[in-house]
Each structure stands twice: as C-alpha cells, then as structure tokens.
Ligand binder design. Structure first.
Ligand code: NIG
Ligand code: FE
Length: 421
C-alpha cells in the first residue's frame, strides 16, 4: 500500500463540504479553506482542511509531501453528459451550420446523428477505442475525473452493444471513471424509417431485445431518450423509460433542446436522475424541476457551437430551487469539447451563473445526478481522492480564462493521472 500523501500549498481549497446536492443560495457555497491541505490514504481523503490542522495530524508527519505552490485545489470535475464513443468528427457540417443551416435541416439531408451512426457501424472497436482513449486523456487534462457516457450512435443490437462494451473496457484500461448510459432511443435508424409504424417497431426492438441484453450484460446504469421533434415523442419516451426502470435502469432525458415537447414533466414524473438541455422550458417546467430531485443539467456548449441565441434559463432554475448541473455534452454534432472549464466560462458569460455556482453545478450536483454524491464531488474525509489543481490563485479565474487550459494536475483515487509538463 502506498504511503499517505500530504498535499499543501492550496491558496484556496474548494471542499464543497456539507450536504449535496445544492439548490438556490446553497449553490454558491464552495466551502473554501484558505491555505488548505489534504491528507490522502489509499486513494481516499483522510483529512481536508487548513494547513495547520492537517499538517499537525500524526499521520501527516510521516506522509509523502506535495506542495502545489499556491494554486487552487478542487474536486475533479464530473461531466454528467457525454457521447464519448463516436467514429469521427462532423466537421463537414460545420460550414453548413455557419452558413445558417439549422441542426434539423442538416439532419433531414442525411447529416446529423444518422451520419455518425453510419460511420460508427463501419468502424472497428479498436478504432473507436483509440479515439475515445485520446478524448479521455483530454478530459483528464482539463480536470475531469468522472464522466457519464451514452451509447446512441449504433442504433442496432450489435452496434449498441459494441459501444456499451467499450465503456466497460475503457473503464478497466484508463483512469477516468465512465458511468454508462444506454441511449438506443437517440433517433429512429434509417432502416426503420419509411416503414409503417417504424418508430414503434424500433422501440419494440429496444424494449424486447436490446434492453434485456444490456441488463443481462450489466452494461449500463441509466437509460436515456432524445425526446425531441424528429426523434422520440413524450409517449414513446415514457414507454421505454418505464420499461427500463422495471429493469433497474434509472431514467435520464434529453428534453426541450430545440422545441418544447413536455419531456421535462415526464422526467419529473418518472423521477429521472437528470433532465438535460432545457433551452425551451416554460415556467411550469421550471417550477416542476424546482420541486423535484431530478437534476437540471445545462449544456451551454451546444448553443455555443450551434450559434444559437437561446440558452437555458439558469437563473430562473436556480431561483426556483432546481438542482442545477453542468456538463459538456461532448459529441460530434453539437458540442465537440472535453473541457469543463470552457463550459464554466459559458455558464458564467451566457447563463449568468456565478463562478461559484458553476463549480458546484459541475462537481457535487453532477455527482448527485450520477448517484455518486456520497463518494465523489467534494473533498471530504472518506471520499475518493479525485482532485484537480489549477494554475490560478483564485477559483474565479477558472471560468475567467477561456480557450486556454489552466489545469495543472489531475488526480484519480490519489494517483496523478495528468500533469502539466
Ligand atoms: O445532446 N441531442 C441529441 N444528442 C446530442 C447531439 C447528437 C449529435 O448531433 O450527434 C446532443 O446534443
Ligand atoms: Fe446529448
């Protein structure tokens, strides 16, 4: 077993201690300790607090020492919404988007998600893994220690299982923890379109064939649906998510991204872990989220990349008491970024969240949306030593700088997994 490790020299230690998840005013509470220190033992936090207090512990005296030189220390980011496994970028659509084509217009022309499906189906597992591994390295390099990852570019039995198995393999091969979500209901695949009752028949395939395989193979913890015009209706989403729940998979939902469908109300009704996007929510949706335990996960990278003006109403959601989370939505169509700090910058400048709110949304609240708030998302005794250190003296500088990486070091379970040269 490794020696205990004493980390000192944190100009600010953002502990995020106390009860999670955070709502309303509590979202701003980062539990900051000036001149903070951490004592780590066997990948777990043995103590977190002021340097004087932690250094005085008998175990700290004999521990290995790491002085982070006056930098900011916080829990590793938890990116609770990604589409990790895809074959290639969709840079060819970027020019069309810039020229004014909408996301839906591009999809109608055979671009969009179906374009990525075609590419994924013909890609080997090895090629997919190589691309994902490079992305995971980037996640770690920006201070992220846990991600959620969805299937959804396979849309047939073999290809969806191929993606979910890659989640498992990658979990064993590299340090960033992957929480797996089954998103077979991303869109209706081409071979079911134009058929009578194509969407219903595809849903039947998902419920009767794919879902049982996912469950038997223990390949996912969550089930997600893209509830959107041109994807799946509220009724179809309810059918699949109810079935998934019976199988022990907790719902998540893509809702009210491009149009208001009523997906948010469904998410709340089903007790979904998270309801994501929310650009088009109405006041009743906001009230419903405010009273629920479903996390309102905002994905401003999508609006930024697509050049959309309507961002999600973060302030209203916070005022209503919703558990607001933030994630990258890393995917080739709407948000090609692995950078949580960039998402924080967008959350501040576009969603008008404060730096403190954004950090809590991307750590403890995101942990809660993945059912892991007891083990990650804050720096407290007994929690996993998932730690990010930034090359700044004040935490507000993390979102303040944008388009440059100020991450200095990332630790997963007490091991350094990324460090600036
Ligand atoms: O979260 N909205 C649905 N899924 C992704 C986009 C997928 C794609 O365009 O490839 C999203 O934005
Ligand atoms: Fe998504």
């Amino acid at each position: 077993m490794a020696n205990p490790l004493l980390i000192t020299g944190a100009s600010q230690l953002l502990t995020l201690r106390g009860r999670g998840p955070r709502r309303g005013n509590a979202l701003s509470n980062l539990g900051i300790v000036k001149d903070g220190a951490l004592l780590l033992r066997d990948g777990v936090i043995a103590a977190a607090g002021s340097r004087a207090k932690v250094e005085a512990l008998p175990e700290a005296v004999a521990a290995e020492k790491l002085d982070v030189g006056g930098r900011v220390v916080l829990p590793g980011f938890i990116d609770s919404h990604t589409h990790l496994i895809h074959a290639v970028s969709r840079a060819e659509e970027y020019g069309l988007k810039i020229a004014g084509a909408s996301y839906e217009e591009i999809a109608h022309k055979g671009g969009g998600i179906l374009n990525s499906v075609k590419k994924l189906r013909s890609a080997t597992s090895e090629a997919l893994k190589l691309r994902a591994r490079a992305a995971l390295r980037e996640f770690a390099g920006h201070g992220t220690t846990t991600i959620e990852a969805k299937s959804g570019y396979g849309l047939d039995v073999a290809s969806e299982l191929k993606i979910l198995r890659l989640h498992r393999e990658l979990n064993e091969e590299q340090p960033v923890k992957i929480v797996s979500t089954f998103l077979g209901a991303h869109v209706v695949p081409l071979e079911f379109r134009g058929k009578k009752d194509g969407a219903e028949r595809y849903l039947a395939l998902l419920m009767e064939k794919l879902l049982p395989e996912v469950v038997v193979g223990d390949l996912a913890e969550y089930c997600d649906v893209f509830c959107e015009r041109g994807a799946f209706t509220v009724g179809q989403s309810k059918k699949l998510l109810t079935k998934a729940k019976e199988h022990g998979l907790r719902p998540r939902l893509h809702a009210e991204q491009l149009s208001r469908t009523g997906g948010t109300q469904l998410a709340v009704e089903l007790g979904a872990a998270s309801c994501d996007h929310l650009e088009q929510v109405n006041d009743a949706d906001i009230r419903a989220l405010g009273k629920s335990g479903t996390v309102a996960t905002l994905l401003p990278g999508c609006d930024f990349h697509l050049g959309l003006e309507q961002y999600a109403p973060a302030r209203k959601l916070i005022e209503a008491g919703a558990i607001v989370g933030l994630a990258t939505d890393y995917n080739p169509g709407t948000s090609p970024t692995t950078s949580m700090p960039m998402i924080l910058s967008l959350a501040c400048s576009q969603l008008r969240m404060t730096p403190a709110e954004a950090i809590a949304a991307a750590t403890i609240n995101a942990a809660y949306s993945l059912g892991r708030e007891k083990t990650i998302g804050s720096l407290e005794e007994g929690k996993q030593a998932d730690v990010a250190v930034y090359e700044v003296e004040d935490y507000r500088e993390i979102p303040y700088y944008f388009g440059m990486n100020v991450c200095w070091m990332t630790m997963k379970s007490g091991e350094i997994v990324w460090m600036r040269d």
